[in-house]
Design a binder for this molecule. Structure first.
Ligand SMILES: [Zn+2]
Length: 505
């Protein structure tokens, strides 16, 4: 997009607009025109928005081309706010304004009395300011305590008295967020939480270009693109949105969660902080860990214990992957390893980054968030394990455990120790290495793959796991049993083992 020729005075601006050097149009036309340029050039329209190319983006483009105010309807963590913020990228680099005007008045057709007076007085010599695009996007989260003064503004009786003005003069006005967004984009998140009175104010400005404040009609013909977000159920609930305002919202666009695990992985890869190298510890995340982290969210969205109306944010996958990696770093540091490779066990350790990201139904409340989250992780592991080892025979491993074998492995067990223990189990290492790249691999990678197989078999209920005995046969009765020594005795007492497995089958 070519930068507008920077002009310094109103006279220069008039000339520049006349010869086409500076574009002059309402904000919705400006956004429309810039979008059309990007479409023609085949540019990315909404950078960082993944998985919406065939669903949300075309509808969004149509809304903008139609010069609509629009609303994004979707559950939490569906990139609604990010889409709205990205509208900034469709604004001109800068627009000419009357310097010092609180509502960014157009020097060629100012709205406020002060600017009109100034233009009349100074004429073509009046200086012109330039407002950058980043200052033209205003966002507000609606809450029930937001007032008309916050959004539209208030009249200031003291100002009126001092200036000998009528209260209905805009010179007495203390402007709210919407007028300050004049000639830009005003975004209101969670529109249904906005009081009806303020919705009426918004509607009046959209419809008539004026608004009543404390009973005084104030003329305010603003040039604003209004965009909103809402939870779909709140939005359609009767009485939450006043009908005339709803009628003035040109397009309703539904957002959604990632349609596939692959799309979800690419979103999380983009957003999560995974590229870490501190204190000589580097990080390598196996693909199956990324898959499991995403699958937890997919399982949660399908689980009847989880509230569907509020949804499960994509931020759950993002924060849990970060926490999963951190648990691997913690283990690597304790074991003096320089490669941190997350294990499935680390996904369980990441529960604190999972439990806050969904609301529970009554049945889930009874169970507790931790128990629900553990079940989700277990179901996710089973799902990914099935995909990775489809048709692969794990019988020799299961037989070893059924014959009384047991492995006690803490989630902090050093990689070498995990590999050493794994050698005891016939077929375990051979199976584990199937998910690794060919050739010799560093011990932390092999240990992670071993953990994946053990956790996979546990998630499928083919083997069991308990605090006391670690992994053991699924059919074995609780309590002391004959056969190999109990796990505690198999375990080297000198090995660091700050945290044992906490989960029961
Ligand atoms: Zn002004």
């Amino acid at each position: 997009m070519p930068s507008p020729q920077r002009v310094g005075t109103l006279g220069e601006l008039r000339a520049a607009v006349a010869n086409g050097g500076v574009a002059h149009r309402p904000v919705k036309d400006e956004i429309r025109q810039n979008l059309m340029r990007k479409l023609r050039a085949g540019e990315t329209l909404f950078p960082g928005i993944v998985g919406y190319d065939d669903s949300v983006v075309p509808q969004l483009v149509n809304a903008i081309l139609s010069r609509h105010n629009f609303i994004l309807l979707g559950l939490r963590g569906q990139a609604k706010s990010r889409i709205l913020r990205s509208l900034q990228g469709l604004l001109d680099d800068a627009i000419p304004v009357v310097p010092g005007c609180e509502i960014n008045d157009d020097p060629l057709s100012p709205v406020c009395s002060a600017c009109r007076a100034r233009v009349a007085e100074e004429g073509d010599a009046m200086p012109v300011g330039w407002l950058p695009r980043a200052s033209r996007y205003v966002e507000k989260l609606a809450t029930p305590d937001v007032t008309i003064a916050d959004i539209v503004g208030d009249v200031d009786p003291i100002k009126a008295a001092r200036g000998g003005l009528q209260l209905s003069s805009d010179l007495t006005m203390h402007y709210g967020l919407l007028p300050r967004a004049n000639r830009g984009v005003f975004a209101i998140n969670e529109l249904p939480d906005l009081a009806g009175k303020i919705q009426v104010g918004l509607f009046n400005i959209l419809q008539e270009g004026d608004v009543q404040i404390k009973g005084y009609p104030i003329r305010l013909p603003l040039d604003v693109m209004l965009v909103f977000t809402a939870n779909p159920e709140d939005y359609t609930a009767r009485g939450k949105i006043i009908t005339p305002l709803k009628d003035r919202i040109g397009s309703e666009i539904r957002t959604h969660y990632p349609a596939t695990r692959a799309i979800a992985i690419s979103i999380t890869s983009q957003e999560a902080w995974t590229d870490r190298q501190t204190e000589g510890v580097s990080v390598q995340v196996p693909d199956y860990i990324r898959e499991i982290v995403e699958e937890v969210a997919f399982q949660a969205r399908a689980d009847k214990k989880v509230d569907k109306r509020s949804g499960v944010s994509q931020r759950m996958s993002i924060t849990s992957l970060e926490n999963v990696i951190s648990n691997a770093e913690r283990r690597a540091l304790a074991a003096c390893e320089n490669l941190a490779v997350p294990r499935v066990t680390d996904v369980y350790a990441a529960l604190p980054s999972i439990t806050g990201k969904f609301e529970l139904e009554y049945e889930g409340e009874l169970k507790g968030a931790d128990a629900v989250a553990r079940d989700l992780v277990r179901a996710a592991v089973a799902n990914v394990f099935n995909g990775a080892f489809e048709g692969v025979d794990s019988r020799t491993i299961v037989d070893w455990f059924d014959a009384g074998g047991a492995l006690q492995l803490a989630d902090t067990a050093p990689a070498a120790e995990v590999v050493k223990q794994a050698r005891k189990v016939n077929g375990l290492l051979a199976l584990a290495t199937r998910v690794l790249p060919p050739g010799d691999q560093p011990a932390p990678l092999t240990a992670s793959a071993v953990d994946f197989v053990l956790e996979g078999l546990y998630s499928m209920k083919k083997i069991a796991r308990s605090d006391e005995r670690g992994y053991h046969g699924a059919d074995s009765a609780p309590g002391p049993r004959r056969g190999p020594r109990p796990a505690e005795q198999m375990f080297d007492d000198n090995m660091p083992m700050p945290g044992k497995k906490k989960y029961f089958n």
